[in-house]
Design a protein around this ligand. Structure first.
Ligand SMILES: *[C@@H]1O[C@H](CO)[C@@H](O)[C@H](O)[C@H]1NC(C)=O
Ligand SMILES: *[C@@H]1O[C@H](CO)[C@@H](O)[C@H](O)[C@H]1NC(C)=O
Ligand SMILES: *[C@@H]1O[C@H](CO)[C@@H](O)[C@H](O)[C@H]1NC(C)=O
Length: 372
């Protein structure tokens, strides 16, 4: 018996050898773990705080006025004009200087009660402080990289921080350092907040809530040629069972979400568990172009427009980058051309512009861009 032990041991080892091969891909960590456990836990704590604080607001409201939605309570106050208006949260996602800060400064001028700015800047890059309305608007940020899920995390961090910061934040617009406005602030604000109400046929006593009227402006596409390659970028069958190929979507990560959808995004754990996996095929790896459209199309397809309000020119794109406009291309005609869309909404923003477009853009800002 005693003498047999080494034999039994080696026999067991021999038996487990093929099993090791079978399970190795599941046991061994992915080669390229981009999001560390501490970072992940940090984010989860932030998302939980933001979720709880938003729940607090709605339950407090319900307690004080079980039947009346907030809108009615506000309108019933003695001076309706004094009730605070909903705001747009502008979420700047960048890994370089905010080249167009002076242009945005003009866009935001004189509207301080109607917006908030939040900036997620890659901490591994030295960024010149833009000052002005951007002063002290930097949020706790982590490193971002292309072809990784870090851009999803950064956008979710921005959403959570903005949700926590101000209960009046009602729309959440993701903007990059290469984006420019195509209209005045008033035009954007009125399009987002008054157009949906006037289009609505609901009677005033059907108690409209924000979620029943406002939709998120997010591109959601399904029949794109590279969709399969993007789907299997993390390995075959990896996305199952949560995300069958038939439900996998693509769209631009420059979207405008409603508050309800911003909450939905930061509460998600199910899809994130799949999208956080690193890609085996880096050339088909654009997680941030799939996570948000897939999640929204699964959870609330009717609550989204399926198109974006940020114009981008994919003609002659190179290496996954769209056409980048140069100073010689900037003109009043270009701005007017970029606004034209196929939806009932005009495009509000456009990308990408090279940093040296700032001067020609400022030259036409008052006369063209902000004149509408
Ligand atoms: C903001 O308001 C001030 C005072 O009314 C005005 O002088 C200024 O031109 C306004 N700025 C912009 C960019 O509209
Ligand atoms: C899109 O970019 C191409 C060059 O890649 C350019 O010829 C075309 O004019 C651009 N379209 C618009 C609407 O700016
Ligand atoms: C509008 O739709 C047409 C036809 O599908 C398409 O060729 C064009 O690029 C679209 N324009 C914009 C601005 O998306």
């Amino acid at each position: 018996m005693f003498n047999n032990t080494p034999f039994v041991l080696s026999f067991a080892l021999l038996l487990s050898f093929p099993l090791l091969f079978l399970f190795a891909p599941r046991i061994l960590p992915p080669k390229h773990v981009l999001i560390s456990l501490p970072d992940e836990l940090d984010d989860l704590a932030l998302f939980r705080r933001a979720t709880l604080s938003s729940l607090d607001i709605s339950t407090t409201d319900n307690r004080h006025s079980p039947r009346l939605p907030r809108r009615h309570v506000r309108l019933g106050s003695t001076d309706p004009s004094s009730s605070p208006k909903p705001k747009i949260a502008f979420l700047f996602l960048t890994n370089s200087d905010l080249h167009f800060a002076p242009l945005w400064e003009t866009f935001f001028a004189n509207h301080s009660a109607l917006y908030n700015i939040y900036i997620h800047a890659d901490p591994s890059v030295k960024i010149s402080p833009p000052g002005g309305v951007f002063e002290s608007r930097f949020i706790a940020a982590k490193k971002t990289e292309r072809a990784s899920p870090t851009l999803i995390s950064a956008a979710r961090r921005l959403l959570a921080t903005a949700l926590l910061d101000d209960p009046l934040n009602s729309y959440f617009a993701v903007i990059s350092q290469h984006c420019i406005p195509l209209h005045s602030f008033n035009f954007v604000y009125d399009s987002l907040f008054t157009k949906p109400v006037s289009e609505s046929t609901r009677s005033s006593d059907s108690a409209p809530t924000q979620s029943s009227i406002y939709r998120s402006f997010i591109e959601i596409l399904s029949d794109e040629p590279q969709l399969w390659d993007r789907y299997v970028a993390r390995g075959e069958n990896v996305m199952l069972p949560e995300i069958p190929f038939s439900r996998f979507r693509v769209g631009s990560q420059f979207f405008i979400l409603t508050r309800e959808h911003a909450l939905l995004v930061i509460r998600d754990r199910r899809l994130w568990r799949k999208f956080r996996l690193s890609c085996l095929n880096i050339h088909s790896c654009y997680p941030e172009e799939h996570y948000f459209p897939t999640l929204l199309s699964m959870e609330d397809p009717d609550g989204a427009t399926h198109y974006t309000l940020t114009r981008v020119n994919w003609t002659g794109s190179t290496g996954g980058h769209p056409h980048t406009y140069r100073p010689v291309e900037v003109s009043p005609q270009l701005i007017r051309k970029l606004r034209v869309s196929n939806s009932t909404y005009s495009f509000m923003f456009a990308r990408k512009f090279s940093p040296d477009c700032l001067k020609p853009l400022l030259d036409i800002a008052q006369k063209v861009i902000f004149r509408d």
